[in-house]
Design a protein around this ligand. Structure first.
Ligand SMILES: *[C@@H]1O[C@H](CO)[C@@H](O)[C@H](O)[C@H]1NC(C)=O
Ligand SMILES: *[C@@H]1O[C@H](CO)[C@@H](O)[C@H](O)[C@H]1NC(C)=O
Ligand SMILES: *[C@@H]1O[C@H](CO)[C@@H](O)[C@H](O)[C@H]1NC(C)=O
Ligand SMILES: *[C@@H]1O[C@H](CO)[C@@H](O)[C@H](O)[C@H]1NC(C)=O
Length: 599
């Protein structure tokens, strides 16, 4: 036993770890000269070689330590987002299809973000034409007037269009309010939930899931209430106390189990980071069996408080479900904030998904529910701005696209990535923020994909603007690669064989390990062993054709032109309001100063 173990270890160590090379790089740079731009290193890949001295920064991958699987990035398909997308579909279906593909196509090597996690309001939110629930008939305790089709039909059709592009899409639904008659206010706009309607509200949520099912839409997860600590009379909101949410959760869990939805997860809280150690923890204490986990928003507290919850309930899942960009903020400051706190930060703090608020809004942050004060000064910004027949992806898109590329399945029907151990050393270790993932393969003999997402924020933004590329060594299984990261966000990967310690968790639970060959541009290729990735997926030809013909980079393209080669004096000043209150709305990211002192 002991001898064979030793032999195994020796053979793993002695087997040549040659062949590990970096071919594929996606990057977004501070000056927008690269916007989620693919580079194939072609005949000159970066090789992992015997280690030399470390560079200014040294990324150390620890693939023996695995954390949570990551199911993806995305946003909320509000009524307003679906309406804008549907209008685009009606006026220019080609542009609509190109946009949906650019956002959601998960195909390995595609020039697309592959967003795979969609949050959908049940009934109205602050981004709807009117305030409604699925049953606004006061006192209808039998829910005989329940009608899921009060949701505009374009919400269902757009979801199904997205599902046709991304078969992995996870759909997470939740109400912004119970029906008004279940609350002390009598309206969906604000008020407190009345405990006497606990079983009716659980029934209402079951019927909502069945209603989505009637449109062919499977539900991955449901939260019981968006922001249960926020009551605002200007738009659909409700306060639901922790003991009330616990009882609703227990009732709904039983209903789901008895009606064929035992795999649909119930997620609790869905509100600010600042409630991680209180409401979120208390909910698990009171109704552990009902909830798979909790969800957080960015509007108060800090991402590190996700650890407070994780440490109290390490087996419960964490989702980061909402943060909104606001109009007029600085593009590169937002990229830094988003990567630091959300697309690297929340994942680093155990989240399985990280989402923005609206998928799409127009250039004025509309259409918002008339009278709502949730956004407006400044307006909220969608992941993509749709203006008439054109669209432009915003900084929120580029941030999450870079992170998404690191965790998408390598093979058709293969698993999503799992976060692994990584730390950064070297004299400039503060200049980089890094996440690392391993992605399993459908064919167990294929090499695993190792990917890193790297933010280089060494720009001296708070003193004298001076963006500095950082020469970095990457340490992996006793070998070393060297790459100089520009100021911006870079995603790159390489492949390596399984070792005895690594393969165990490389496959997520909810994956179907069926071998499918990959079809690219009419040729079928077998899933490769990762050594010459460039050949296996023909990414470069795919990129050059789809990028130029399908994607009208409207405002992004013009801002690229104007900021290319920008000198320090061209950099917009970084102005961030001191507090959410100062901005006069509640959808405002808090400003953190715990690392680089200005975003
Ligand atoms: C998922 O994996 C975990 C850890 O291996 C295991 O405990 C759990 O039972 C699995 N769940 C399913 C549904 O397979
Ligand atoms: C994939 O392609 C290989 C090589 O052409 C072939 O042997 C294999 O049967 C194919 N697998 C499937 C599932 O089509
Ligand atoms: C693989 O890529 C190399 C370098 O681009 C090229 O010379 C070779 O023909 C490619 N092989 C295949 C099978 O496409
Ligand atoms: C959390 O978020 C909302 C915005 O949705 C905000 O209005 C509220 O004041 C925040 N709550 C706390 C406790 O800070």
């Amino acid at each position: 036993m002991r001898v064979s173990l030793l032999l195994l270890i020796c053979s793993v160590l002695a087997s040549p770890i040659a062949g590990q090379q970096i071919w594929d790089i996606w990057s977004t740079t501070w000056d927008r000269s690269k916007l989620f731009t693919y580079t194939n290193l072609g005949p000159n890949p970066i090789n992992f070689v015997s280690p030399g001295p470390i560079a200014s920064a040294d990324i150390v991958i620890n693939d023996g330590t695995q954390f949570q699987p990551v199911y993806g990035f995305g946003g909320s398909l509000t009524d307003s987002s679906a309406k804008l997308l549907n209008n685009l579909k009606n006026s220019n279906s080609g542009t609509y299809n190109a946009l949906l593909k650019y956002l959601f196509d998960p195909t390995d090597g595609a020039n697309a973000a592959g967003l795979s996690y969609l949050r959908v309001p049940l009934g109205a939110s602050d981004f709807s034409d009117t305030a409604y629930s699925y049953d606004d008939v006061s006192g209808d305790t039998s829910l005989s007037q329940f009608n899921v089709n009060k949701q505009p039909s374009y919400v269902f059709s757009v979801i199904n269009d997205i599902r046709a592009i991304n078969p992995y899409l996870k759909i997470h639904v939740l109400p912004w309010s119970p029906p008004g008659w279940m609350k002390d206010s009598g309206t969906v706009k604000g008020g407190n939930f009345l405990s006497q309607f606990t079983s009716q509200f659980a029934q209402y949520l079951l019927k909502s899931i069945q209603g989505f099912q009637s449109h062919g839409i499977p539900i991955y997860a449901i939260s019981l209430q968006n922001e249960p600590q926020n009551s605002n009379p200007s738009y659909p909101t409700a306060k639901i106390a922790v003991d009330q949410e616990a009882q609703i959760g227990l009732a709904l869990r039983t209903l789901l189990n008895n009606n064929g939805f035992s795999s649909t997860k119930i997620i609790g809280f869905d509100h600010n980071w600042s409630g991680a150690g209180s409401y979120a923890v208390q909910l698990m204490q009171q109704a552990n069996s009902a909830f798979a986990g909790v969800a957080f928003h960015c509007y108060a507290g800090s991402v590190s408080s996700q650890d407070t919850f994780h440490n109290a309930f390490p087996d419960k899942e964490i989702y980061f479900t909402e943060c909104s960009g606001t109009m007029g903020s600085d593009w590169w400051s937002d990229i830094k904030w988003n990567m630091d706190n959300l697309y690297i930060g929340s994942i680093e703090h155990n989240a399985r998904a990280a989402l923005e608020w609206n998928i799409a809004l127009d250039g004025n942050g509309q259409p918002e529910l008339p009278g709502s004060n949730s956004c407006g000064n400044p307006p909220c910004r969608g992941i993509v701005t749709i203006s008439g027949n054109s669209y432009s992806p915003n900084q929120e898109f580029y941030s999450m696209a870079q992170a998404s590329k690191a965790i998408l399945p390598r093979d058709k029907n293969g698993p999503f990535g799992t976060r692994i151990g990584v730390n950064v050393g070297g004299s400039l270790n503060w200049a980089l923020r890094v996440n690392a993932c391993v992605t399993g393969r459908v064919n167990p003999s294929d090499w695993l994909r190792y990917s890193i997402v790297v933010l280089n924020w060494d720009d001296s933004a708070s003193t004298s603007w001076n963006p500095q590329p950082v020469k970095t060594t990457i340490e992996f299984r006793g070998m070393q690669a060297t790459y100089t990261f520009p100021v911006g966000v870079t995603t790159l990967w390489w492949y390596a064989p399984k070792t005895s310690g690594v393969q165990a968790n490389a496959f997520g639970n909810d994956t179907i390990p069926t071998v499918h060959n990959i079809t690219v541009s009419g040729t079928t290729v077998s899933p490769n062993h990762g050594v010459s990735h460039a050949n296996a997926t023909s990414t470069s030809s795919f990129i050059s054709t789809s990028f130029s013909s399908n994607v009208p980079f409207t405002s992004a393209a013009s801002s690229t032109a104007s900021s290319k080669g920008a000198s320090p004096s061209d950099i917009p000043p970084i102005t961030v309001p001191d507090s959410a209150e100062a901005a006069g709305q509640n959808k405002q990211k808090p400003l953190f100063r715990f690392r680089r002192d200005a975003y």
